[in-house]
Design a protein around this ligand. Structure first.
Ligand SMILES: Cc1cc2nc3c(=O)[nH]c(=O)nc-3n(C[C@H](O)[C@H](O)[C@H](O)COP(=O)(O)O)c2cc1C
Length: 162
């Protein structure tokens, strides 16, 4: 069984691809989260933005992890940036389970130049301990592979330290 759990939400596939790559490099378990809200098309885009700005959340659809969250050496959360915030389904997850996360890292995907690092602090408000590692990636950018791989190396060092 894997020591690392990668959880993510992805509306249009970027975060899914990133988390698949990270999970594969770490031999991690990969689980997708969804709150069942239709966010397709331009209406869905608007809905996503409104949910993020209002910090509105809905219950997540059922999902399964191999172990209880506390039993992983590291839990990595992948989220797109929405209006300078984490995606609503990731906020749902954090509201419900954040207090169970002591060894946590964040992977953001974004479209803009800015790294949106304020999102890390926002997510930390829900967790039992502050994040141990983080990365903000812009899919398709020149630095994407470099920063992704650096994050993977950081995670491996973190796991080695125990
Ligand atoms: C409603 C909405 C708001 C967004 N806000 C931001 C933002 O504030 N900053 C940014 O860099 N990208 C923003 N984006 C772009 C996404 O974060 C980016 O395209 C991300 O990689 C999408 O991930 P996904 O394909 O996994 O859904 C926004 C996208 C959506 C749908």
């Amino acid at each position: 069984m894997s020591e690392v759990l990668c959880l993510y939400y992805s509306r249009s596939g970027n975060t899914q691809k990133t988390m698949e790559e990270i999970a594969s490099a770490l031999g991690a378990e990969l689980v997708s989260l969804d709150d069942g809200r239709d966010r397709s098309g331009w209406r869905g885009w608007l809905r996503a933005g409104m949910d993020a700005m209002r910090r509105e959340t809905r219950a997540l659809e059922p999902y399964e992890t191999e172990r209880p969250l506390e039993d992983y050496d590291l839990v990595l959360l992948g989220t797109p940036v929405w209006a300078g915030r984490c995606a609503a389904p990731i906020r749902s997850f954090l509201k419900e389970n954040g207090r169970r996360l002591e060894r946590v890292g964040y992977a953001l995907t974004r479209a803009g130049e800015g790294k949106c690092e304020e999102v890390y602090t926002q997510m930390d408000r829900y967790t039992a301990a502050k994040h141990a590692l983080c990365v903000s990636l812009r899919p398709g950018s020149v630095g994407y592979v470099f920063w992704r791989d650096q994050f993977v190396q950081e995670a491996l060092r973190y796991l080695e330290r125990g």
